[in-house]
Design a protein around this ligand. Sequence first.
Ligand code: PMP
Length: 286
Amino acid sequence: MAIVYLNGAFLPLEEARIPVLDRGFIFGDGVYEVIPVYDRRPFRLRHHLDRLQHSLDGIRLANPLGQSEWQTLIGRIVADAEWPDQGIYLQVTRGPAPRDHAFPKVVQPTVFIMATALTTPSAEIVDKGVAAITAADNRWLNCDLKTTSLLANVLLRQLAVDAGCAETILIRDGLLSEGSASNIFMVLDGVVLAPPKSNLILPGITYDVVLELAAAEGQPHAVRPITEAELRSADEVWLTSSTKEITAVVTLDGQAVGSGRPGPVFKRLYGAYQTFKQRVMRGRND
Ligand code: PMP
């Protein structure tokens, strides 16, 4: 039975309980992280914990734990889990309090950590890519915070599922923002393009890795606003996330992207990403 951490205790998932007045349940008043673990080595843990701090600062909730306490707790969950490759899910909410939008005077945050099996893209998805649709980005203006208030993302992602697609790519005011649960890259005339970090997108940990790998590979790349028209004329489109790694998007709203097959720049960066992961697994890098 999977062991999880909840507010100071390690216990089986089935026994983990939170009060119904937890503000995470009542208001979605909390933040979270998803950290990939390869062969029991967390990938870019410090970066995820830094982003957690950014999210907590953004919702004005004091971090209940220090970096080393987080590392110790996550280390124990990783060690106890049955799978070598895991996705660590952690969540901090503003805790239980009588229902009132305003913050409670005394906050007792809820801290939850669990491991799940990590499923990375199958060989077939790497080989063939996935389909995506586009939709208007109707989320709030603090998309850089990884909050558990995910209803807009949930509804947008379901549009993709309803259309038999893998992801919904979001457009705001004529510009590409990101996917409902991923960052988006594109290739135009041999140059990898990514939208800049701002309050309109989540600063993806994988996004950073991909840009670092592009630089290391000598692959031309630029971070700049991308118009919807550019996205629609892209030679390649990719989505990136901790669990989707780099996945090629081969159709957009039913139209082929480029050749309609994962492109050469995708193959190069996907290969570099796998090599980088192998180095992490051998403990030589993160
Ligand atoms: N944007 C959104 C909206 C996401 O939900 C995610 C993944 N959770 C990402 C981007 C990618 O972030 P990361 O690479 O850190 O997984």
